[in-house]
Design a protein around this ligand. Structure first.
Ligand SMILES: Cc1cc2nc3c(=O)[nH]c(=O)nc-3n(C[C@H](O)[C@H](O)[C@H](O)COP(=O)(O)OP(=O)(O)OC[C@H]3O[C@@H](n4cnc5c(N)ncnc54)[C@H](O)[C@@H]3O)c2cc1C
Length: 262
């Protein structure tokens, strides 16, 4: 259980950010499902729920997802079910149960860069950026590599262009964390491949993507491409699977994903 001494219902992002950086024990509240599992003693808990950050909308060239949007909103969104073969909606639909998905938020998940996340690899396989209050807009892959510790994730932007996607996941049982997530997306400007739950945080398979984009993707070279991806990425051990198993299964999952998006 976490505790806090003070509570701030922020009336603006400026007010929330000023309070956040005042003390390293201050924290933003998302749905609090994850924070609750630890024993953090917060000084000020900062609530963003009055800032209208719960939305999924088509805006200009992007689909925008606000930081306080819940996974249940994402899973049931007509926009996200129709776009990108539904991979963004589908990435969250197996997470624990509806009660949890009704509270957990997109902003907290992406800002926390959880290695086990199902949502992050789906976003990473698309052309996605994040908007941070202080650091501004940046591509999701750059944000995941960054060491930004104190900021507010305001919204997620997915380029609203045609894409065929495939989300592949392995779980030992329903509601457990994934053993591995592999996502491929065929965008107008090339194929992107993201792998998460390695168990480290999600990354792009850059060499495999480069190979596809120079040699093309055919039934003859698909196995080679899957081999390149499994060689370039690192896989670790945890209680769910060994790195060796993840590396082997990555090839199979990627082949299925690529065949679906070809
Ligand atoms: C029991 C359980 C099982 C789960 N299983 C899975 C699973 O199988 N797959 C999966 O993908 N996920 C899983 N999750 C994670 C879940 O999907 C969310 O990613 C997680 O709970 C964080 O969302 P939240 O809204 O609860 O964040 P919170 O607990 O509110 O916050 C988490 C962290 O993010 C910070 N934060 C919150 N909002 C922002 C913001 N806008 N900007 C910056 N920082 C912010 C908080 O200060 C805190 O440090 C599980 C979570 C739980 C509790």
């Amino acid at each position: 259980m976490f505790t806090f001494s003070k509570y701030l219902l922020a009336s603006s992002l400026e007010e929330a950010y000023d309070m956040l950086v005042k003390n390293k024990n201050n924290a933003i509240l998302g749905g609090t499902a994850y924070i609750k599992m630890g024993n953090r003693r917060l000084s000020t808990a900062i609530d963003l729920s009055a800032l209208d950050l719960s939305f999924i909308k088509e805006e200009g060239e992007n689909i925008e997802i606000g930081a306080m949007t819940t996974f249940r909103d994402i899973e049931t969104s007509d926009i996200l079910k129709k776009k990108f073969s539904g991979i963004v909606a589908c990435s969250v639909e197996d997470i624990v149960g509806v009660q949890l998905r009704n509270v957990v938020t997109a902003g907290a998940t992406v800002f926390s860069k959880y290695g086990f996340s199902d949502f992050i690899p789906a976003l990473l396989a698309l052309d996605t950026s994040v908007v941070l209050f202080n650091a501004g807009e940046m591509p999701l892959d750059k944000f995941l590599e960054s060491d930004i510790k104190q900021d507010i994730l305001v919204k997620i932007l997915i380029k609203n262009k045609p894409a065929k996607g495939s989300f592949q996941t392995i779980r030992k049982s329903n509601s457990d964390y994934a053993v591995l997530n592999v996502v491929a997306a065929n965008l107008v400007d090339g194929i992107r491949i993201a792998v998460g739950a390695r168990p480290g945080k999600a990354v792009l398979a850059a060499k495999a993507m480069e190979k596809i984009n120079t040699d093309g993707l055919t039934e003859d070279n698909i196995e080679d491409i899957c081999q390149v991806a499994s060689e370039e990425l690192t896989f670790g051990d945890n209680m769910r699977a060994s790195g060796k198993y993840r590396k082997a299964v990555c090839k199979v999952m990627l082949k299925r994903a690529l065949m679906e998006v070809m």
